[in-house]
Design a protein around this ligand. Sequence first.
Ligand SMILES: [Zn+2]
Length: 160
Amino acid sequence: MCPSPKPGPNHVRHLIEHLRELSNNPPHPDEIDSFKSYDLPPELQEFADAERYLHGDGFTFAKLTGIHQNQLPELKHMTDAECTVLFDEIHRLLTYFAYEFVFPDNLPVELKYEALKKEWLEPHPYIGPGTNGIIGVEFCSYEPKECPWPAKYCTCHFDD
Ligand SMILES: [Zn+2]
């Protein structure tokens, strides 16, 4: 991983290079999970994703990417363009890793980036690329009082 946690264009560029390398060489879930799909009986092999979802370990995005939370720059240390590119790269990689993030339409990229950064240390099952499964990651539980988004963006506020 990047030797320097210092903010700046080089730091963002290093992060992006690292994310792209990872997408070419993603960890196989069986390598890192204590749940091993090859231990399943043959009749359950086709449900390996679901079994892993239920019985596998939780992994943080920090662990899966090898990027510490504090290596993700603060917004004030990035230009808008850097934030957009960095968010897109992280989002692309995690989507490839079978995560599906539920963001409100029209939510500014800075808020999406901050939400991902906050989520960075939360454990999620990891089923890896190349499966049919999806791990949904939601930020709003449709309880307006607890909604993390400004009211003008999230539909949970629209039915009052
Ligand atoms: Zn909401």
